[in-house]
Design a protein around this ligand. Structure first.
Ligand SMILES: C[S@@+](CC[C@H](N)C(=O)[O-])C[C@H]1O[C@@H](n2cnc3c(N)ncnc32)[C@H](O)[C@@H]1O
Length: 414
């Protein structure tokens, strides 16, 4: 069985992204002059959101030109990223359950879930979207009405800063691309401690329904991943459970500090629409890969384990393939034993496991260590007698068809 965290974009997502411009035209029509300025507005906003965060105006999504740039570029790329994740994560819901999206912007997560999970389209769900920008929420509502006019999901908007008045209990609380804004020095509406994760977990736990979970999604950058690794450590200290992506509850081997790698997943952008690639190119932001880092967490329950025990032989692939000496091929992975170098001595022509795939390895009695990274070396493919999951070809590869993906969550049985 293949365990895939980031399966290829499902057809419903690909179609939804291809049709998005029509929905945007209805939701936020652009004058000809503003359409011509879109690439430069996108480039400016990209700088603000990445390298020049200090310059990011507090109310940026309340500015019409900036909001248009967000809707036409960041919304679709975030739909793509969050959609691929929503396709792989084990996010099950029951009728009437509530998703609270904090810093929802133009309802990105709700749209990504709708486009990615047609199996949820008959289910009455409650979406509570909170954002300090009323303009972003209202634009999101118009996009939602255009994309999902007959949805049985009840979408409620709440234009206020995070951490304000008490909210209805969430079965899933989502914070996507918002952590560093909510906790910006000087831009922090509600937290005043030095450690931005202080009291945060406590507050989240108090806002969840029994069994509720928190999904934090961030860009795949080193600073964002470092913040998530700190949050992870804090969560473990407080007895929270790591439902994904970690295959263990030990110290994170990819903390992003010093010369350590940072925990993130980069994946090809196959299935992103031509119109978005064209806009990205005109904004000088061409990309053939997308990336993210994330955590799916749950407060500890008195009777349950505080953290996953971690299976000795389970390795989560966290990098693409790279050449090793003597025609071998390597990939980094994460396991209870720490950072792992998955070494294929005689790589086959097919593509092999992708970032986010889980692989079962057979550890040698005395594993070698990679001189460069310090990672323990585990062989791939697993020698006869041990089975590798996820070692088939990637979609589009030349080998046999992959088995149906298994949803990845470590919430049960751990
Ligand atoms: C980068 S956007 C992310 C939007 C959406 N979650 C996504 O992934 O596309 C960050 C959003 O967080 C909102 N935001 C920033 N600080 C906030 C706060 N303190 N309370 C509520 N919303 C906030 C911004 O208005 C913006 O809509």
């Amino acid at each position: 069985m293949t365990a895939r965290l980031l399966p290829p974009a499902p057809a419903s997502l690909t179609r939804g992204l291809a049709d998005l411009p029509a929905a945007l035209d209805r939701a936020q029509p652009l004058r000809q002059k503003h359409r011509a300025q879109l690439p430069s507005q996108v480039a400016q906003l990209s700088e603000w959101l990445t390298t020049d965060r200090d310059e990011l105006p507090r109310d940026y999504l309340s500015r019409p030109a900036v909001l248009s740039a967000y809707l036409h570029y960041f919304l679709p790329w975030n739909l793509y990223r969050q959609g691929r994740l929503a396709a792989g994560l084990d996010l099950q819901f029951k009728a009437g359950q509530r998703i609270v999206d904090v810093g929802a912007g133009p309802l990105t997560f709700a749209l990504a879930l709708w486009l990615t999970r047609p199996d949820l389209r008959e289910l009455p769900l409650e979406i509570l979207a909170i954002d300090r920008s009323a303009a972003a929420l209202q634009a999101g509502r118009r996009v939602w009405d255009a994309v999902a006019p007959d949805a049985p999901w009840r979408v409620e908007l709440l234009a206020q800063p995070a951490g304000g008045r008490a909210l209805p209990e969430a079965d899933l609380m989502v914070l996507a691309n918002v952590l560093n804004e909510v906790h910006r020095p000087g831009g922090n509406d509600s937290e005043s401690e030095d450690d931005p994760t202080d009291r945060l977990l406590e507050r989240w736990a108090g806002s969840l329904a029994p069994g509720g979970r928190v999904l934090v999604i961030e860009p795949g950058t080193r600073p964002a991943a470092r913040a998530l690794v700190m949050l992870r450590a804090h969560a473990l200290e407080c007895g929270w459970r790591l439902l994904a992506p970690c295959p263990h509850g030990e110290r994170c081997p990819q903390p992003g500090t010093g010369r350590h790698p940072w925990c993130h997943f980069a994946f090809d952008a196959a299935g992103s629409p031509a119109w978005l690639e064209d806009l990205s190119r005109r904004a000088g932001l061409t990309k053939d890969r997308a990336s993210l880092s994330f955590l799916l967490l749950q407060p500890g329950v008195a009777a349950g384990p505080a953290a996953p025990a971690g299976r000795e032989d389970e390795v989560l692939v966290v990098s693409g393939a790279f050449p090793l000496p003597e025609q071998a091929r390597g990939r980094y992975g994460c396991a209870a034993r720490g950072l792992v170098l998955l070494e294929e001595k005689s790589p086959s022509a097919n593509v092999g496991p992708q970032p986010g795939d889980s692989v079962t390895v057979a550890w040698p009695d005395t594993p070698r260590r990679d001189g460069r990274s310090g990672a323990l070396i585990a062989p791939l493919p697993v020698p006869a007698g041990g089975a590798a999951r996820g070692s088939g070809p990637a979609p589009g590869g030349n080998g046999p068809r992959r088995p149906a993906p298994r949803k990845l969550s470590r919430g049960s049985g751990r």
